[in-house]
Structure formats: structure tokens, C-alpha cells
Design a protein around this ligand. Structure first.
Ligand code: MN
Length: 287
């Protein structure tokens, strides 16, 4: 009888171990802290439909791709927001602040009462709790950012008035300090050829980049595309290298640049396209 009792308790031990394995710790095991019973969740790319930014809260064309919803006890939620050139949010506040991670292009952000700041791919923007602000694309470039907010009592944003055209067009602080040709920071061509060929350097900085590239009649993105196309067709790998990086900064995607090269194989010749794709591979792998 003793033997049978031991066998039964051994079996029930196996049984309970089995149950725990199957439930993956879904029992009241609190050693792992709150949420220990929940398994990792993977939201597959493309499984959550995009939606348009509603016209009452946004100006211009804005696409919102939801990324994740707050899941208790966590309260952060995130989305990827893509603004067409000139598009922006309305003025608004976030009860617990917001973090923006710029993933493509050039944009703008402003707190009420402060100058407008320019933001670029790779910049991380922290907006304090309760501060009235807006964010959006630059006039001639699209901009995408990942936006992360925390939910307080079910709310993560309070919307206010639209950003008027004159508010949107106010002088940009970053542009004044970092992209002005007279800034103390040397322009790329000054660093590369300034001492050796000062006139060529001056023409490059003050005519090509400060004047022609800044003209509003073509977006920066379009200027990048036509420039890259010309450099591929002319087989100029040295200049193509820096313009591929610039094109990415101006909102042209890696896929679009590879498609451009593929397209140009027919118009500029296969050897040019193969040279260009070698340069592109080098540039994209470095990024
Ligand atoms: Mn915001």
C-alpha cells in the first residue's frame, strides 16, 4: 500500500508539472512579477491596417500605422505617422508627454511660444507632459516618425486648434543655425575642396546648395531623385555616393532608389546601373 501511495503522489507530481508546462506559467505564479503569466506577443508586419489622420486633427495628408496599444500594467502606446510635405498635426497636448523618433525625411516641431525646430531622420524628440505643441513635415519633404505616448485615464492626447499656414511657415530655428551658408559650421564642400579650390567651393555651397536646392518649385525629394538619376546616367559613382545618402535624408526610400537604378538600366545602359547598384549597396550597408 505504501508503494501504491508513493506511485500516486509521484504521478500527481508529474501531472502538475505537465499542467504547468502546458499553461506556460499561467497559474498564480507571481515570482516573475505582474504579467508573468502572459506570453510574448508578436504583431506581424502588415497585420494592422493603416488609417488616414482625421481632418479635424491634422492638416494635409497624414497616414497613421498603428504599432502597439497600451497593455496593462504598461501604459505606452505607439504608432508610425507619415506626413506628406506641408502636412502637420493640430496644436495638442499629451497628459504624460510624448517621444517622437524620426524615421525618415525632414520635419518640424514647435512648442507654443518657442521657435519652430527642424527635425531629421534619426532625431529623437521629447515633448514634456501638458505642453501645447505640433509636429509635421517640412514644406518640401515628407517626414515619418514613431510616436510613443502613455495613456492616463484612457487619454493620450488632447486636441486644440489647427496650426495656421502663417504659424506653420514661421522661421525655422535649426535651418537658421545649421543649413545657412553663412553659418560657422563648414559646409561639406568647404571641408573637401575649400582650401584647394575656393571659388568652386563657394559656387557649390552658395549657388548649388543654398540657392538652387532651396528653391521651392521642386521638393527636396524630387530634386534628389532627378539628381540621382542624372548621376547614374552619367556614371558618376563619386557624386552618386553622397547623393544617395542625401536622397535617403530627403525621404526617398532604399527600395525606391534600387527601383530607380533598375529603371535606368534601360535608359542609361546596363554597366551604369551595375556600377550604381554597387555604390548603393555600399552606402545602404553603412547606414
Ligand atoms: Mn504630439
Amino acid at each position: 500500500m505504501k508503494l501504491l501511495g508513493a506511485t500516486i503522489s509521484a504521478l500527481s507530481l508529474v501531472g502538475s508539472a505537465y499542467t504547468q508546462t502546458v499553461q506556460n506559467g499561467a497559474s498564480a505564479d507571481t515570482r516573475g512579477g505582474q504579467g508573468a503569466g502572459q506570453s510574448i506577443k508578436i504583431l506581424r508586419s502588415g497585420s494592422q491596417p493603416s488609417r488616414e489622420g482625421p481632418a479635424e486633427n491634422f492638416s494635409g495628408k497624414v497616414r497613421v500605422d498603428p504599432l502597439f496599444e497600451a497593455s496593462a500594467p504598461g501604459r505606452a502606446r505607439g504608432s508610425l505617422v507619415t506626413f506628406d510635405p506641408g502636412a502637420r498635426t493640430a496644436w495638442h497636448t499629451h497628459p504624460l508627454g510624448q517621444v517622437l523618433i524620426v524615421t525618415a525625411g525632414v520635419g518640424r516641431v514647435q512648442r507654443w511660444g518657442d521657435p519652430v525646430d527642424e527635425i531629421r531622420k534619426g532625431d529623437v524628440v521629447w515633448i514634456p507632459a501638458g505642453q501645447k505643441h505640433w509636429h509635421g513635415a517640412a514644406t518640401n519633404s515628407s517626414m515619418s516618425h514613431i510616436a510613443i505616448v502613455e495613456v492616463l485615464d484612457g487619454n493620450s492626447v488632447e486636441w486644440k486648434d489647427k496650426v495656421s499656414d502663417s504659424q506653420y511657415s514661421a522661421a525655422v530655428r535649426a535651418e537658421l543655425s545649421t543649413t545657412n551658408a553663412n553659418s560657422s559650421q563648414p559646409r561639406p564642400s568647404q571641408r573637401a575642396i575649400g582650401d584647394f579650390a575656393p571659388k568652386l567651393s563657394e559656387l557649390t555651397d552658395n549657388v548649388l546648395y543654398a540657392d538652387v536646392w532651396e528653391r521651392p518649385d521642386l521638393s527636396k525629394r524630387d530634386r534628389s531623385l532627378v539628381t540621382v538619376a542624372a548621376l547614374i546616367a552619367l556614371n558618376r559613382p563619386d557624386q552618386l555616393r553622397s547623393h544617395l545618402t542625401r536622397a535617403r535624408d530627403n525621404g526617398v526610400t532604399q527600395e525606391e532608389l534600387i527601383e530607380t537604378i533598375t529603371h535606368l538600366a534601360f535608359y542609361s545602359g546596363w554597366p551604369n546601373a551595375v556600377t550604381a547598384v554597387g555604390v548603393a549597396k555600399e552606402v545602404f550597408e553603412k547606414k
